[in-house]
Design a protein around this ligand. Sequence first.
Ligand SMILES: [Zn+2]
Length: 267
Amino acid sequence: MHFQRILNKNKLLSSGIKAQKFNFLQKFKERSLLGNFNSFRAGLTHLIYPDLCLHCKRALHQNHPFLCYACLSRIELVKWREKETHHLLQQSLNDPYLSFSVTLYRFEKGGAVQTILHELKYNNNREIGLYFGRLIGQEARSKLAGLPIDVLIPVPIHHRKRFDRGYNQSELLAIGISSCIDVPVKSNLLLKTRNTKSQTKVSREERSENTAGSFSVSEHIKEYTSIALVDDVITTGATAGSICKALRKKNKNLQITIFSLSIANRN
Ligand SMILES: [Zn+2]
């Protein structure tokens, strides 16, 4: 009797396991069917509603995933004027020892670069950060020969802002850059300790004051000789300038490079 009960129990157990296996297989089939259906639907959607340019909303006809040819050609590429931009950065950061810089575009009010930055910061479009990060990385890779960089440090945002947004846009750019130049991203070397007002909401004169003392640098910064600071846009240079000062306070001879998606036009 007892033996029979054990047998029955075993049968039940094995049928339970079989049922579980069946459920798993069933779910797997459903998922792969769903996956096929989703990619089919995405293809169809793309055919009926082709992707639109983020800035002018016209259909995209070429390989660029975010901007149309007309908008792209209107963006001023800073990379053709490297020396001038680097000098401008040294001045606005008030840092004559800035080692090197890579900036892709000139930021203009109402222009396509502003749309990209808005999309990156407020529309949860993370892919755009990784994509433009890779563009900065490719540019850096072709120019970096002979300049070793130990780590990439994204310009931090306050933890409350990061929580609300879900990510730090400069960190996404840094991850994109990292995938091209094989330098690790370290987001814990530099923190923003004070939730300051947006730099766009304070006057030019108040900007240095607004950011001064709002960054905290880890003691681990002493382990590095050369870092690259990654930012989405350099406006007056007050933020990046305050960070350079804070970094060099802890590591006097630190070589600093700036990687930025854009720089504001100051004419
Ligand atoms: Zn366009």
